[in-house]
Design a protein around this ligand. Structure first.
Ligand code: HEC
Ligand code: HEC
Length: 216
C-alpha cells in the first residue's frame, strides 16, 4: 500500500460523515443558522479532510498537492465544480479530486472556497537566481519569438491573480510544471492556457515555475 492509499483509507470515515451532513443540511430550510452550520462544516472538512493533503490552512508541504491558501474564491469554486462534473481530467485530478468533490453540495463548495481565500499564504521558496531571472522575464514579457504571451497580462504583475485568473505566486513549482504540461497536452482542457503553453519548452516551463514559487 502506498502512503497515499493509506491516507485515503484513513479518510474514509470522515468522507462518510460529510455525506451524512450534506444530506441532513439539504433538507433544512435556508436561514442564518443553516448558513453558520455550512460554514462550520466547511471549516471542519477543510481542516479534517482536505487538510490531510492540502495542509490545514491550505499551505501544503508536499508539492504534489497545490497550495490553496489565498487562492481566489471564484477560481476555487470553478475548479471544485469541474472536479465534481468530471471535466478537469488529468490523472491526479481523477485519482484524488473526483471522489473528494463528488459529495460536496454547492453551498459547501462556496464555503470551502471562502475558507481558503481567507487563509494567509506561506513564504516563497528560493531557487537559483539565474533561473529565477529567466522565469521572471518569461512571466513579464512572454517569449515573442515563440508566440508565448506574457503571463502577467492575465495573472497580474505580481502573479496575485483575480477572480478570473488564479493566483500563481507561492504555488509549488512542481505542481505548476505539471499543470503546464497538462494544458499543453490538453489533458486539462482549457483553450486559453493550451494556447499559452503549446510553444513552451520544458526548461522554460521550469524557469517560470521556479520564479512563481519564489514569490511571496
Ligand atoms: C488525498 C489527497 C487530497 C485530498 C484529501 C484533497 N485533495 Fe484537493 N487536490 C489533490 C491533488 C493531487 C490535486 C491536484 C490535481 C492535479 O494535479 O490536477 C488537488 C487539487 C485541488 C484543487 C485545485 C487547485 C488549483 O490550484 O487548481 C482544489 C480547489 C482542491 N484540490 C480542493 C480540495 C478540497 C476542498 C478538498 C476537501 C474536500 C480536497 N481538495 C481534498 C489532492 C487531494
Ligand atoms: C490570456 C490569459 C492568460 C495568460 C496570458 C496566461 N494564463 Fe495561465 N491561466 C489562465 C486562465 C483563465 C486559467 C484558469 C484555467 C481554469 O479555469 O482551469 C489559467 C491557469 C493557469 C495555471 C493553473 C493554476 C492552478 O492553480 O492550477 C497555471 C500554472 C498557469 N495558468 C500558468 C501560466 C503561465 C506560466 C503563463 C505564461 C507563460 C500564463 N499562465 C499565461 C489565463 C492565462
Amino acid at each position: 500500500m502506498s502512503s497515499i492509499d493509506r491516507r485515503m483509507t484513513r479518510l474514509a470515515p470522515a468522507l462518510a460523515a460529510i455525506g451524512a451532513l450534506t444530506l441532513t443540511l439539504a433538507g433544512a430550510p435556508a436561514g442564518a443558522q443553516e448558513q453558520a452550520a455550512v460554514t462550520q462544516q466547511a471549516e471542519d472538512t477543510a481542516i479534517g479532510v482536505c487538510g490531510t493533503c492540502h495542509g490545514p490552512e491550505g499551505n501544503s508541504i508536499n508539492p504534489m498537492f497545490p497550495r490553496l491558501a489565498g487562492q481566489h474564491a471564484g477560481y476555487l469554486v470553478r475548479q471544485l465544480k469541474s472536479f465534481k462534473e468530471q471535466t478537469r481530467g488529468d490523472p491526479y485530478a481523477i485519482a484524488y479530486m473526483w471522489g473528494m468533490a463528488s459529495g460536496l453540495s454547492d453551498d459547501t463548495i462556496d464555503a470551502l472556497a471562502q475558507y481558503y481565500a481567507a487563509q494567509k499564504t506561506g513564504p516563497g521558496r528560493s531557487h537559483d537566481p539565474a533561473t529565477i531571472a529567466r522565469g521572471r522575464d518569461i512571466f513579464e514579457h512572454g517569449i515573442p519569438a515563440q508566440g508565448v504571451p506574457a503571463c502577467a497580462a492575465c495573472h497580474g504583475p505580481d502573479a496575485l491573480g483575480s477572480d478570473a485568473y488564479p493566483r500563481l505566486a507561492g504555488q509549488h513549482a512542481e505542481y505548476i510544471l505539471k499543470q503546464l504540461g497538462s494544458f499543453q497536452s490538453n489533458m486539462r482542457k482549457i483553450a486559453v492556457m493550451h494556447g499559452v503553453a503549446q510553444n513552451l519548452r520544458t526548461p522554460e516551463m521550469q524557469a517560470v515555475a521556479d520564479y512563481l514559487e519564489s514569490l511571496p
